[in-house]
Design a protein around this ligand. Sequence first.
Ligand SMILES: Cc1cc2nc3c(=O)[nH]c(=O)nc-3n(C[C@H](O)[C@H](O)[C@H](O)COP(=O)(O)OP(=O)(O)OC[C@H]3O[C@@H](n4cnc5c(N)ncnc54)[C@H](O)[C@@H]3O)c2cc1C
Ligand code: SF4
Length: 527
Amino acid sequence: MLETAREFLLQIENYPISEKIEQKLTNSDRALFILHDQLNLEVFPKEVLAQKLLLIFVESLKYATFIPHHKQKLVYILSSQRHFAIACHQQGFPVINLFTEGFHAEVIADFLAQYPQIKLTYMQPSEWDTRSQMLALNDQFSDRIEILPNNFFIADAEKFKSKIKKGYRLETFYRELRKQTGYLMAEGKPVGGNWNYDKENRKALPKNVVIPTVPEVEPDAITQEVIELVKNYLPDAFGRLDKFGYAVTRDRALELAQIFIETRLANFGAYEDAIKVGAPFLFHSVLSIYLNNGLLLPQELCEMAIAAYEQNTVPLNSVEGFIRQILGWREYVRVYYEAQMPQVRESNYFEFFNNLPQLFWDANTDLLCLKDAITNVLNYGYSHHIQRLMVLSNFSTLTNTDPRQLNHWFWLAYVDAYEWVELPNVLGMSTFADAGILASKPYVSGGNYINKMSNCCSQCTYDVKQKTGSSACPFNYLYWNFVDQHRHSFIENGRVSLMIRAYENKTEDEKIAIRDSSTHFIKNFKS
Ligand SMILES: Cc1cc2nc3c(=O)[nH]c(=O)nc-3n(C[C@H](O)[C@H](O)[C@H](O)COP(=O)(O)OP(=O)(O)OC[C@H]3O[C@@H](n4cnc5c(N)ncnc54)[C@H](O)[C@@H]3O)c2cc1C
Ligand code: SF4
């Protein structure tokens, strides 16, 4: 591994922007360290940028390998950072690219020790570990370090943090943010009279609906170079690389955002929860990737969507649905992360200890809904929200899988995965591992839900109409088994849910069959 690491570094050390490094360093007394997920100068204070400070970028081998990130995620992170560094250089900033076998903070420490005249500014990292490692530098260099607040989000996390506890739900937070930003508000009231239009959304996909394509971006020479690096030096990383087609610059990401607004946003709301075999993107934006490393900013996407609504090109239910995801969910999970870390990382409310099934690594399964979702992840480092929530996480919970293993998988498997956004979605929203701080009840369902929202079941070897037995859809009996075994988690506001009553109404024979089928499936399930 060490030899591989050295070779990896040797390759990238020839990179053009690290030339004349000494000259830049002796001429500088202040530097700005920009992390790989902070690639947007608009967010940095004008007075900092006006000084045309030396900009430092770090390529950290340990960050690239501490979990076996999807190959496309590695290419995306490295290539977009390199493109950004070059763009800054072209705008007149002196730029250096530091390489390290360690984490970012290790090379920054060496750098500060080597150039004692340089004072360093950086923006607070979004991810906990990077933040802690950087903070530890203060022990040695506190008088030379300035930390800027993280400006990549709309909500002030400090203001909302203390509210994150059981009972404080997304809806309250979202309405406050709507008022704060004025998005889709008119004279203090929500545009159209309602805060949400969910009843017009969440439809199944009609058979003959035409799904617009999401354009693929041809990798340029810089991306090709990074693809070769990852292929040669990190072959054990997760997923396929040959389908890489993401944008790696802000300009191209903005073009893709515009294409989404023009071709898919109108149907975004209606088909937000639909699933179709072989159609990974449907009417989703596929923009989280760019939002999460700063190529796109949340405000500008909300404003682009609102502008389209004001020009009458898209309906209110879709625009509100889209704003709710970005201004609501995305901001909410980030505040949750700030409030709940680090203790939430170890949460496992149901005390599930089964290993993550092998199928999460290779898509080798005959449960078609699962196969399709994981195939999308292997191919693109992406699957849309409802596959993440109602297929992958649902299955993981129903098979008593350790939610921390699922969390680890989601962190490495998706191109848009950074811990601040992935962890709350997995341990909070999807698996109820946090005991109901984020979600009011576990997101679990039987095959009926998947059948209603998708075309998977009609092509699957399992029968979604059968409730128990070897050819029945496993989601069916696993769901009722879960309701039976974890009934306390369905008690909301002191009221027993309809689900528990429905289970109680089953005959004793039915209950035995559910238990037997579930025990047999969980015990024998390999892939
Ligand atoms: C188990 C699980 C894991 C997830 N892991 C991640 C992750 O690692 N990174 C990530 O960005 N999102 C994550 N999400 C949230 C959501 O699924 C993705 O943001 C979305 O699927 C990204 O695809 P898109 O850009 O096409 O989104 P769209 O469906 O087009 O939604 C628009 C935007 O809204 C935001 N958004 C929507 N839902 C959420 C949400 N629940 N939390 C945060 N932002 C949201 C995203 O920025 C997204 O780009 C996860 C959800 C679940 C259930
Ligand atoms: S029948 Fe069950 S396992 Fe098969 S696709 Fe439908 S929900 Fe998934």
